[in-house]
Design a protein around this ligand. Structure first.
Ligand code: RIB
Length: 307
């Protein structure tokens, strides 16, 4: 039987968002506008995107034993996500992100990892039956690297496609052994530059960076480039899939929406370029709305745009 389940391993945060005219400079205090508390976290955002866009999802994460954690679990369940491997952790808070969003919709994000930093190899061992059933395992870098490395190894040995969204990019290069278990990676231009030392800014340098990442051992590479769309290499040719034009309110979770949507399309047997088109459509809707989970579209919204 074809494996369609998508297991997302990663962070679960509560986002504290303030609208500002501009992002503060070092040492600057600014007066912002409205304040919102939203559900977020790159892992949880990606799991919600998968669920809303039609995928069958299980989420592997840790939250603190507090109101934020309880609320996240109950909202994840309400989305139809299997939360049997979302563990509540004593003595630590749920992850929190502080996010100013400027009048162009750009943000900066500070994460206090809290329980995300406790996601352990033991947790992955508990989740192994879910991982064995998965067609795709999707992860990011807001939880401990050694845990993700273990997860990638067992997922890859079990025959799942392992997808890595390398955000936030760590101080040190990603270990070769980790990359050897990754089938598809989705850096943005900055992350691609950090991975390769090539400033990925125009089509030539983006293609060079894609090839350099392929030489690190990852077969499929998608470089996301915000309002420009996304780039990949198919049979040695650079393919550019432009972003759908839209009015930007807040780019928070656009990359997560892209990754979740891409995995749904791939789990349905769609090709890489078709998957990127679907992911671009989903991300374009997400940037028109404020917040993380609250901005992520449902599949019927994409279908409505197509008709
Ligand atoms: O990618 C956006 C996410 O990054 C936010 O929801 C925040 O929680 C941080 O994890």
């Amino acid at each position: 039987m074809e494996k369609r389940k998508i297991v997302v391993i990663g962070s679960c945060n509560t986002d504290m968002v303030i609208r500002v005219d501009h992002l503060p400079l070092p040492g600057e205090t600014i007066i912002g506008h409205d304040f919102m508390t939203n559900q977020g976290g790159k892992g949880a955002n990606q799991a919600v995107a998968v669920a809303r866009l039609g995928g069958q999802t299980a989420f592997v994460a840790r939250v603190g034993k507090d109101g934020f954690g309880e609320q996240s679990i109950s909202l994840l369940r309400a989305e139809g996500i299997d939360t049997s491997c979302v563990t509540t952790t004593e003595g630590v808070s749920t992850g929190v992100a502080l996010i100013p969003v400027d009048d162009k919709g750009e943000n900066s994000i500070i994460v206090a990892s809290g329980a995300n930093a406790r996601l352990s190899i033991e947790d992955i061992k508990v989740a192994e039956p879910l991982i064995r059933e998965a067609g795709i395992v999707l992860m990011q870098l807001e939880t401990p690297l050694e845990t993700l490395m273990y997860a990638a190894e067992i997922a890859s040995k079990a025959g799942a496609k392992v997808v890595l969204n390398p955000a936030p990019f760590p101080k040190d290069p990603l270990p070769e052994e980790f990359l050897s278990h990754i089938d598809l990676i989705t850096p943005n231009e900055t992350e691609a530059s950090r991975m390769t030392g090539i400033e990925a800014s125009d089509e030539g340098s983006i293609h060079q960076a894609i090839r350099a990442i392929q030489r690190l051992g990852v077969r499929d590479v998608i470089i996301t480039a915000g309002g420009k769309g996304a780039y990949t290499d198919i049979n040695g040719e650079l393919v550019h899939l432009p972003a759908c034009k839209t009015k930007v309110a807040d780019t928070t979770a656009a990359g997560d929406t892209f990754c979740g949507a891409l995995c749904v399309a791939l789990s349905e047997g769609r090709s890489l370029d078709d998957g990127i088109r679907f992911a671009n459509q989903a991300a374009a809707i997400s940037v028109t709305r404020m917040g993380a989970w609250r901005s992520i579209p449902r599949r019927k919204e994409i279908l409505a745009q197509e008709n």
